[in-house]
Design a protein around this ligand. Structure first.
Ligand code: ADP
Length: 204
């Protein structure tokens, strides 16, 4: 676990994780973004790309050195063992970069946005798990509007993710994001004060 008191933040697509993250950042809290880290560890020039080429062939890289995600998607679709290899290769890199950023955080606690925290069983990495929860219908209409996506497209993503019950089962704290942004902000501020107190009692 990191030296900085850490809150793993998760929730399904469209639940409001990014919005909640921004509200914590507005209060001076350091944000560690797992999706960004997952992109950074495979950015052009990263050493792991050599291993990926070894396993997936030279088509795994585009001419500009970036990952050919379409090629990888096709490969793991036809050979699930390759998906396992990719996860086993990338997850330790992502975890270690997350921990490094958490340890460098200067705020009284840090927020770590991990969309797939429940699915990837990552709760033990954090001092607390905070789940942003709302009805599936609310997720659907928010995500469709934000991504200009179809109902089927978002439905497909929701079905591939953990259920609300699975997320709530690992939560220490739950934000219900069913109402206005003001109501959301109020819950964030309450948790912000709670986390400052908890972080102080752990370090003191
Ligand atoms: P996530 O990061 O969990 O996918 P977002 O934070 O991007 O979700 O929220 C999805 C969309 O819904 C965004 O466009 C966001 O601005 C909007 N949104 C989130 N919470 C609320 C709310 N309480 N009221 C209105 N719109 C909201």
């Amino acid at each position: 676990m990191s030296s900085c008191f850490s809150i793993g933040l998760t929730g399904g697509i469209g639940s409001g994780k990014s919005t909640v993250s921004k509200l914590f950042v507005n209060n001076g809290i350091t944000l560690v973004d797992a999706d960004q880290i997952a992109r950074d560890v495979v950015a052009a020039g990263q050493p792991v790309l050599n291993d990926i080429v070894h396993t997936f062939g030279k088509e795994a890289l585009l001419s500009d050195g970036n990952l050919n995600r379409n090629h990888l998607r096709q490969c793991v679709f036809s050979d699930p063992s390759k998906k396992q290899w990719l996860n086993q290769t990338l997850h330790p890199l992502i975890r270690s970069e997350m921990l490094s950023q958490m340890n460098k955080a200067k705020s009284s606690y840090c927020i770590v946005d991990v969309p797939l925290l429940t699915e990837n069983k990552m709760s033990e990495l954090f001092h607390r798990v905070l789940v942003v929860d709302c009805a599936v219908a609310t997720q659907m209409h928010r995500a469709m509007a934000r991504d200009n996506a179809t109902e089927e497209g978002i439905q497909h993503i929701i079905e591939a993710q953990a259920t609300r019950e699975q997320r709530r089962a690992i939560a220490n704290d739950v934000i219900t994001n069913e109402s206005t942004l003001q109501a959301l902000e109020k819950q964030v501020i309450e948790l912000h004060h709670l986390y400052i107190k908890m972080a102080a009692s752990v370090s003191g």
